[in-house]
Design a protein around this ligand. Structure first.
Ligand code: ADP
Length: 260
């Protein structure tokens, strides 16, 4: 099998515009026999490095299933998933975990921070898993927290932070490994509209200023409006895949200041 050179060495920055992700006729079937359910019915889609894509669609349309496959947490039942030209569907569990650690960052609706642990330590965690030394972890986490507007909040625990700030910590944790792709699943689902806008502006800035590809599931058209491309799922298929000619947030200053 075509084993990925790109995935066996150290992660390198991926030049903007390069094909990063290719799904070819991807299906996902849950269960077997009479209770088998086809959650994805043949998804074909390409994402280039540097894109900002909103994945939309009604509940049950297959968005989470697609995100789990894109995030290498699950594998297709049939079809192909190429990441930087490597066949993900042919990788072992360990190889997929390595790909995840090197190239992907995750942001969830519920923040998923460790409760009695400082912002700094939460952000250092992925680097600890990667075997980085204390000094390198400290430096990278401090930088990541600063880049999400949380310089000075390093020693606060999640309970001492607002929802918007907690999501910023979660974003810092996702970007501390310098991933090529940020996978965000309803990142503003637990936030009020002001905080939601601020989080979206942060994602726009990370995409624009750091070249991080963003794939974001959202129900909310106001949030999808920040993306430069919208992919609509219906009943396990892509119903529409269209550019957003006038994305929100493009007029943001180069550095997003925290306002929370
Ligand atoms: P969405 O994220 O758009 O709400 P999902 O990908 O969660 O959609 O679900 C797509 C379909 O697959 C739904 O019918 C859902 O009930 C089903 N499904 C999702 N996960 C599982 C699972 N682990 N086992 C069985 N069915 C599942």
């Amino acid at each position: 099998m075509n084993q990925p050179n790109a995935l066996t060495g150290a992660a390198r920055p991926v030049a903007a515009g390069l094909p990063l992700i290719r799904l070819r006729a991807v299906t996902k079937v849950y269960g077997t026999g009479e209770i088998a359910l086809m959650a994805l019915k043949g998804i074909t889609c390409e994402v280039r490095a540097g894109e900002f894509v909103a994945i939309m669609g009604p509940s049950g349309s297959g968005k989470s299933t697609a995100m789990n496959i894109l995030g290498c947490l699950d594998t297709p039942s049939s079809g192909q998933y190429l990441f930087l030209g490597a066949h993900v569907e042919a990788l072992s569990r360990d190889q997929r975990a390595r790909l995840r650690r090197r190239y992907l960052g995750f942001v969830f609706q519920g923040f998923n921070l460790l409760a009695r642990t400082s912002a700094q330590e939460n952000v250092e965690l992925p680097l600890l898993y990667r075997g980085e030394g204390a000094a390198a972890r400290h430096l990278a986490a401090t930088k990541a927290l600063r880049s999400v507007g949380l310089g000075g909040w390093e020693h606060h625990t999640p309970a001492e932070l607002s929802g918007g700030q907690q999501q910023r910590v979660a974003i810092a944790r996702a970007i501390v490994t310098e991933p090529a792709v940020l996978l965000a699943d309803e990142p503003t689902g637990n936030l009020d509209s002001q905080r939601s806008q601020e989080i979206m502006e942060l994602l726009v800035a990370l995409n624009r200023d750091h070249g991080i590809t963003v794939l974001m599931v959202t129900h909310e058209p106001d949030m999808a409006a920040y993306a430069r491309r919208m992919v609509h799922f219906i009943d396990g298929r892509i119903d529409r895949d269209e550019p957003n000619p006038h994305p929100a947030g493009l007029d943001l200053p180069a550095t997003v200041e925290a306002t929370i």
